[in-house]
Write a protein that binds this ligand. Structure first.
Ligand code: ADP
Ligand code: MG
Length: 407
């Protein structure tokens, strides 16, 4: 690691500002629906507190658009964090200003303070230098453990580093960089990558990079329809991005030229409408399969949408996965939020878990599919970063990492 790690810092008695990613999903009553992101920060926080640091935590939560929004307060995190750390956690309902200053001044070694949502201030996302300077003024040292926000140069991820003598990589961040970086750059082979989800445009860069690194690339989800359409295959009313057809075609050509293996679905679950959240019995009947291989011309007819990969595709992808030593997965295979269209995603999740390969899963929806199928313990690494993982995979520099102190 070319950057300072927490272990390189002398944290005893020091005020350490830690940027964490406590952007947790909230339930209908504002309760924490899933505390994975809080748990993921524990190794860093335990280390700092046990080494006598005075820890000041900052994070964003949701998109308050630069305004105070009590429904997006970080206050609900306090109790959960305190239970997990087995020590009290203080809270200030602001992230800069006099209240923060006064509370920080009375912190003792081993104390932990959580600040209010950074994005209540527009200066956070604007990377405003004054705001960054204010945040930094409460600390002697800075640690970035918010991998999910590292692809953005915000005041708390980039700006702040210019105003502290030393900034270091947190343990979670380090782990993310190791798995998504080194492991995928030097994978045990064969290495299969599965990419799905809603939009091809979000993931084209990552697909190109995975095509270089992997031995097989399996495509599913809505983005498969953009690839299929680019080959002149009828996709009916499936979700498609027409502005990505050319780049999809280019990727398929490149695949052929390089002798790489890119697989597209060979059959589909199709439905009349995409917004089928409350499918009644009648509508459920119209879920059918379409076999692409045996169809000339239009494979999915007008008015029908591909909503999940079909059983033949599942089998085909499973074969590849079961023979792999490394698997990376990002993006569900269908509209898995609807249980009628979830089978492909869950079968693939099971194949990833059962492959015995080193498995790395990234993306909010893919990770929740793993949790929902009870396979969490069978996956080598679940990435907490969505956009950040993809940008890092593409080989882009993450500003939140680049800004940290070099070793
Ligand atoms: P991740 O969060 O794992 O990166 P994405 O956010 O890219 O995944 O994609 C997840 C979304 O893709 C889900 O909401 C899912 O409903 C949608 N999706 C997957 N397949 C289809 C499809 N065939 N048609 C429409 N939406 C789809
Ligand atoms: Mg998502």
């Amino acid at each position: 690691m070319p950057k300072l790690s927490i272990r390189d810092l002398d944290v005893h008695g020091q005020r350490v500002l830690v940027r964490v990613d406590f952007n947790v999903p909230l339930g209908a009553e504002g309760q924490i629906a899933d505390d994975l992101r809080i748990r993921a920060a524990l190794p860093t926080l335990d280390y700092l507190l046990e080494h006598g640091a005075r820890v000041i935590l900052c994070s964003h939560l949701g998109r308050p658009k630069g305004k105070r929004d009590t429904s997006l307060s970080l206050r609900p995190v306090v109790q959960r964090l305190s239970n997990l750390l087995l020590r009290p956690v203080a809270f200030v309902d602001d992230c800069v200003g006099e209240k923060v200053e006064k509370t920080v001044a009375i912190l003792q070694n081993g104390d932990c303070l959580l600040l209010e949502n950074l994005r209540f201030y527009p200066q956070e996302e604007a990377n405003d230098p004054e705001f960054a300077k204010k945040l930094a003024s409460y600390a002697d040292l800075y640690v970035n453990d918010a991998f999910g926000s590292a692809h953005r140069a915000h005041a708390s991820t980039e700006g702040v580093t210019h105003h502290v003598p030393q900034s270091a990589v947190g343990f979670l961040m380090q782990k993310e960089l190791k798995y998504l970086g080194d492991e995928l750059a030097n994978p045990q082979r064969p290495f299969a990558a599965i990419v799905g989800g809603a939009k091809a445009s979000d993931k084209i860069g990552a697909i190109e990079s995975l095509l270089e690194k992997s031995d097989s690339l399996l495509i599913g989800g809505a983005m498969a329809y953009t690839f299929l359409k680019s080959q002149g295959i009828g996709i009916g009313a499936s979700l498609v991005e027409d502005d990505q057809l050319e780049v999809s075609r280019r990727i398929l050509d490149l695949t052929a030229q390089k002798g790489k293996r890119l697989l597209l679905p060979v059959d589909h679950v199709v439905a009349r409408r995409v917004e089928t959240e409350q499918l009644d019995k009648k509508r459920r009947k119209i879920v059918e399969f379409r076999d692409m291989k045996n169809t000339k011309g239009a494979a999915i007819e007008d008015g029908w949408c591909g909503v999940d990969i079909g059983p033949k595709t599942v089998e085909l992808y499973q074969q590849t996965l079961l023979g792999s030593k490394t698997v990376f997965w990002n993006g569900p295979m269908g509209i898995f939020e609807n249980k009628n269209f979830a089978k492909g995603t869950y079968e693939i999740a099971r194949a990833v878990a059962e492959s015995g390969a080193r498995s790395i899963v990234g993306g909010g929806d893919s990770v929740s599919a793993i949790h929902a199928s009870g396979l969490t313990d069978k996956i080598t690494f679940l990435s907490t970063g969505g956009g950040a993982s993809l940008e890092f995979l593409e080989g882009k520099t993450l500003p939140g990492v680049a800004a940290l102190t070099d070793r």
